[in-house]
Design a protein around this ligand. Sequence first.
Ligand code: AMP
Ligand code: GLY
Length: 432
Amino acid sequence: MKMLVVGGGGREHALAWRLAQSPKVQQVFVAPGNGGTALDARLHNVALTDVPSLADFAQAAGIGLTVVGPEAPLALGIVDAFRARGLRIVGPTQAAARLESSKAFAKAFMQRHGIPTARHATFSDAAAAHAHVDQHGAPIVVKADGLAAGKGVVVAMTTAEAHEAIDFMLLDNKLGVVHNAEGARVVIEEFLVGEEASFIVLTDGKSVLPLASSQDHKRLLDGDQGPNTGGMGAYSPAPVVTPNVHAKVMHEIILPTIAGMAKDGAPFTGFLYAGLMIDAEGRPKTVEFNARLGDPEAEVILMRLKSDLADVLLHAASGTLDQVELHWDRRAALGVVMAAHGYPLEPRKGDVIEGLPAPRDAADADTMVFHAGTARDADGRIVTSGGRVLCVTALGESVKVAQQRAYEALRPIHFDGAQWRTDIGHRAIKSR
Ligand code: AMP
Ligand code: GLY
């Protein structure tokens, strides 16, 4: 079978790498892909991004299954478009993807279905939003309603920061948020205290398969300081997700969400990602939903996946996920993101990357350099072409060993202005 992976980040490199290892898979196309998928002889980049062209390509090339990585094509309705043409695809419909594409929708949904989350209010009027902040004080969290590539959230420790964020999001739109039909809106919510974890499941709308737990690091700098980013590194498993927490998340958050979406007439299919805050008593609350795999969570999760990914995804797309069991490497995985100069605000492109290892295909590779914002230039060199450039990922008997291996694998890699954190995994290592 021929497969198509839509997207061009580290998550899509990891998906394509795993799919290519399946005996069921003849060819893997990646649209648009990146420098890493271009280097790998078993993967084929296709320079397409818009939904109608992707559907035309899938039809003409005889693609048996498409899997969508990023949120943007999901929010544009790629799943609806493919299904309308009888093409098999893994992902949520446009209506279901609103769990991610509209924070206001997601919050109202959770309230309606009794799913634990932070208290909130939604505003389109800046004066009312400012008044709300004055009334509640800080710390408080201000979120743009719309897709903002992981950057539309300000955790304000002072009311001054919260006021600034409101103007920034409602009046200036400096973040380039893609507004929903309702226009510019902000969601202001209660500040939650605890430890974060990413809980991702795969569902066909009826059966739900939880993936291995994971945790990313959203802040740019060591010690979880600096601005929010798309994610500077991740590890799996996340020790904070104990069996008890796991059961609570499934029963209080995931299963009610899948059931609620079906009941509301927008059944959710594909990867559902719940960003959680787990308090000191082990009670989880939902910080956000994403309608896709996380990035860089996907890299560490797929590094640990032992089941045939193509087989699993085929069942997910065919509504037969109840016939599948997932098997995981018992080892931990940890990935360190190398980001471009200027990330997250103004990432520089075109820096030459040196010291990359040769592409690996072995299913048992215990280190992998997944590419994200890279491209192959006219001279065949690999250069930076986006904010997050590489995700250097390793397996180890513990999070600590995986961390040592990942940083060892990172050492020979060089590009001008590279930024990376030196403490990925610190919570999992320190506290246990
Ligand atoms: P989001 O895009 O909603 O996941 O928010 C990005 C990050 O902001 C989260 O991973 C948290 O670290 C932080 N955050 C978001 N909402 C809250 C909240 N209500 N309380 C505390 N931190 C939050
Ligand atoms: N790493 C968080 C995300 O993918 O949104």
